[in-house]
Design a protein around this ligand. Structure first.
Ligand SMILES: [Zn+2]
Length: 491
């Protein structure tokens, strides 16, 4: 027995790497698609909530596999600078975040994502100065309240930032960098207890809220912390998500470990199919082979990589090796959009600039696969979302045929990806429930959240003077370090 029926809708379905438009009735029960059938062949029962699908295209809800919700409240506050300098500015708005700020910030991102057709997000949630249970609970509550599907991956890190950059005395020169980035984080055991408590409170309590572990990055975690993360992930069968080799400086510090960063992760069991790595830019061929052998996933963030000047991600080399790849927007301080469709267009086209031969280009059809089933797979939700198929969640974006971008309609996947800025979304369903219609969230007062967000952001950004002064003092050393690393690479 269906509970919801979408009648006579054109469904965008991927078959053998090709996207086809197929008209169907979609029956939905208990949040899942129970049947796809010829239009008009499923009779609604008296209690069914029916959507007339004529004039609409159902697309799998997009899956944003790398996002940091706390940054949305201070969207666009950080200047366009390389990651190491950018992070000094973006950190200014992060400290001492209240649960209410975390809630409003997560809600802001969820509204933007749902409005642009994303139904699932992996929130690699950074709670500064340290992981904090009530703040994590507040962010998870925001996703619960608005009805979005989420994988909550709390960030864990126990090595001060100052110890994770390969700065030499020559780089530092005469600059005064005392007091920068040296605060001792909470001990590994305490951080794990908070993460474990959060997971115990949320995992399995709602079919839309999933949990993972989110070590910040290998260079920011002690061996003790990584061992504990690997043990808890094994014990609770959790996905693990972390940044990996995003900048050249990270490559330089990572190489100080015998065998390099990937060898270290492999030894402790953090490089298998349950692990996904965000960015993964500074990898050589041997690294990519190792990742492919291990079955680990990658989350490609092309807009963030360009915004931060981090480097060129070898997407083609990953796909050619059969590495599982998804897409992410990264944070609203380094993109500055949470619109995954825009990121999908970048993923479709960017490699054309450096990849000889169109047969090796990614293209819009493959990019759309990465943004849906690909992302769902790398964050552990392959059997939950990312495709329009019986048994999977009814996470659907319904696009109007009379969108400016879709007239005339020659190649739906190509047009949705490449002309995505001009599509019109009628409504968005998560687990069969309409959670966004005509750009307005159904369950919450979006206008009130926006008003509160403006006030909270103004208050938070009014007190950044000390942090920005520190960023200015670090500009010289970090710039010299970056220039030295680039010169060493060229030699
Ligand atoms: Zn990130």
């Amino acid at each position: 027995m269906a509970e919801r029926l979408i009648r006579a809708i054109d469904c965008l379905i991927e078959e053998g790497g090709q996207w086809q438009l197929r008209p169907h009735d979609i029956a939905i029960a208990a949040g899942r698609i129970t049947a796809l059938a010829a239009p008009g062949s499923i009779a609604p029962s008296d209690n069914d909530n029916v959507i007339d699908g004529r004039g609409l295209i159902a697309v799998p809800g997009l899956v944003n596999a790398h996002f940091h919700s706390p940054d949305t409240l201070i969207r666009s506050s950080a200047p366009l600078l390389p990651l190491e300098l950018w992070s000094l500015h973006s950190a200014a708005g992060r400290e001492r975040r209240s649960p209410r700020e975390a809630y409003v910030s997560a809600m802001l991102g969820a509204i933007e994502m749902l409005a642009s057709g994303t139904t699932t997000v992996l929130d690699h949630i950074r709670v500064s100065p340290d992981i904090d249970g009530p703040v994590l609970d507040a962010a998870a509550s925001a996703y619960r309240d608005i009805g979005m599907r989420v994988v909550m991956a709390p960030i864990l890190a126990d090595i001060p930032v100052a110890e994770t950059l390969p700065l030499t005395p020559t780089d530092i020169g005469g600059d005064d960098i005392a007091g920068w980035g040296r605060r001792r984080p909470l001990p590994a055991g305490d951080q794990m207890a908070i993460a474990d408590g959060f997971i115990a409170r949320w995992q399995g309590k709602s079919d839309r809220i999933h949990c993972a572990l989110g070590p910040s990055a290998p260079q920011r975690c002690s061996d003790d912390l990584l061992d504990r993360i690997a043990a808890l992930a094994r014990h609770r069968k959790l996905p693990v998500h972390m940044h990996l080799l995003e900048t050249e400086a990270q490559r330089a510090i990572g190489d100080r470990h015998p065998g390099g960063t990937l060898a270290r992760l492999g030894e402790i069991g953090l490089m298998g199919p349950r692990t996904s790595f965000a960015h993964a830019i500074w990898l050589g061929d041997a690294d990519l082979d190792r990742l492919a052998d291990a079955g680990a996933g990658i989350v490609h963030n092309p807009v963030s990589n360009a915004r931060l000047g981090s480097g060129f991600c070898p997407l083609h080399g990953m796909l050619a090796r059969g590495i599982r790849v998804g897409l992410g927007t990264d944070s609203c301080c380094c993109n500055d959009s949470a619109n995954l469709l825009e990121t999908t267009k970048w993923a479709a086209l960017l490699g054309n600039l450096v990849t000889a031969g169109p047969e090796r280009w990614t293209g819009p059809a493959r990019a759309l696969h990465l943004a849906t089933a690909g992302s769902a797979d790398v964050i552990g939700l392959k059997l939950v979302t990312g495709r329009i198929a019986p048994g999977l969640a009814a996470d659907l974006t319904l696009i109007r045929h009379d969108s400016p971008a879709l007239v005339p309609l020659l190649d739906p996947a190509r047009q949705i990806v490449l002309s995505g800025a001009s599509i019109v979304i009628d409504q968005v369903l998560v687990a069969g429930e309409t959670v966004m219609q005509a750009g307005r969230a159904s369950r919450i007062d979006q206008t009130a959240i926006w008003a509160e967000a403006r006030e909270l952001a103004a208050a938070r950004l009014s007190d950044t003077e000390a942090d920005y002064a520190m960023a200015a003092r670090m500009a010289g050393p970090i710039t010299r370090m970056r220039q030295r690393l680039a010169k060493e690479r060229a030699e």
